[in-house]
Design a protein around this ligand. Structure first.
Ligand SMILES: [Zn+2]
Ligand SMILES: [Zn+2]
Length: 379
């Protein structure tokens, strides 16, 4: 057993007890009573609400401060977050910030996958108990977060029970609701979150960095409302998105963005697309160069040259975009954004930009050819 902290019997009993009961009661219930639509509905409402509260709230808002949220939104996230039964927002964030800071360090990462799949999945919770809160002074300033920490078990129990009991009472089916809407919901919420600490550090691809064990795994995204792109997330934890491309399934990012149109969220932080592309190309160049045989000097050289060209072209675009934002803000601040002179400036920037985009296009072509030749040489 770990020397840092004693075993938490409360966590162990809760995790094993809920799982054990679900494994016995759910099949028994399905076999003897079948499944009702009202049970499926309550299950889905609470699974989605608590899962989103963990992803949108505990993870992207409280742990990583990737955006700001108005108090009604924070309150809702804290209420449903408590019903996920994953401790308070502040305790969760304390652990999670350590996980990012010391990822893969078997001593300091609270859930290092280096200690095994199941350790990262849930054995760490059983071992953990209440670890001291650390690095969360910013969260302690928020009265709502302090309130949730203080009454986390009570709030969690009320929110988790309210809907199953009400619907169960109205449909004369309290027992069925407690098995499907409460018990199996808690177990599935737990394990889908746990999969991000285990499976998303074990199975999948590493498109942006191989400096840590985190992986992109699109299969995990639906279960956790967008958290499957974990390699991206460990590279840029301050981005409110986990899947930056429009087609990547990340409902949390859509909700955070949609909430900003209503004024509920603001200050959404995102990584520039050029930065993402540079990391991706660099990773691919590194991987290909590593695989090329020692004697393939000319291919390595061509690969490095092409990589350098793409990287420079992307960097040039980013510099231009940064400068453009500054210029635009300056014109706006002066209230000249509608003047004729401004239109001329803007037109010139646009011409410059299309030139830079054309450079990138050309560099990418060169890069693709170098990449193809390297792959052929390996085949
Ligand atoms: Zn991680
Ligand atoms: Zn994170």
């Amino acid at each position: 057993m770990d020397k840092r902290t004693p075993r938490s019997w409360l966590n162990t009993l809760f995790l094993l007890g809920t799982l054990g009961m679900a494994l016995v009661l759910v099949p028994w219930k399905l076999a003897t009573q079948g499944l009702r639509w009202s049970e499926v509905a309550v299950f889905l409402v609470l699974y989605i609400a608590t899962g989103l509260a963990i992803t949108v709230g505990y993870h992207r808002l409280f742990s990583h401060r990737t955006y700001h949220a108005a108090w009604p939104m924070r309150l809702v996230l804290l209420l449903f977050g408590a019903a996920a039964f994953q401790n308070s927002a502040i305790a969760w964030s304390s652990d999670h910030r350590h996980h990012h800071r010391f990822v893969d360090d078997v001593e300091k990462d609270p859930y290092p996958v280096k200690r095994g799949f199941w350790y990262a999945h849930w054995l760490w919770v059983m071992e953990g108990g209440d670890r001291p809160l650390d690095g969360v002074a910013d969260l302690e300033q928020d009265a709502l977060i302090r309130w949730q920490h203080r009454y986390r078990f009570f709030i969690g129990a009320v929110v988790a029970l309210l809907l199953p009991l009400t619907v169960g009472w109205a449909t004369h089916n309290v027992g069925g609701q407690l098995i499907i809407g409460l018990l199996s919901r808690i177990v599935l919420t737990h394990h889908s979150t746990f999969l991000i600490n285990s499976a998303a550090h074990w199975f999948g691809t590493q498109p942006y960095t191989d400096a840590n064990s985190a992986r992109d795994n699109a299969l995990l995204a639906p279960l956790t409302f967008g958290e499957g792109y974990h390699n991206y997330h460990h590279m840029w934890q301050w981005d409110y998105r986990n899947g930056p491309r429009w087609y990547q399934f990340d409902p949390a990012k859509w909700i955070i963005a949609a909430s900003s149109w209503m004024g509920l969220t603001w200050g959404l932080r995102r990584v520039p697309s050029t930065t993402i592309q540079r990391a991706k190309v660099a990773m691919e160049a590194k991987r290909l160069a590593g695989k090329l045989a020692e004697d393939a000097h000319h291919l390595r050289h061509a690969l490095e040259a092409a990589h350098w060209r793409v990287d420079q072209a992307l960097a040039a675009l980013q510099t231009q975009l940064d400068a453009w934002h500054e210029t635009r803000n300056a014109w706006k601040a002066k209230g000249h954004a509608k003047a004729e002179a401004w239109r001329a400036v803007r037109a010139e920037w646009r011409t410059q930009r299309s030139q830079l985009m054309a450079d990138i296009q050309e560099a990418r072509l060169e890069w693709n050819q170098a990449r193809l030749r390297a792959r052929q040489a390996m085949a």
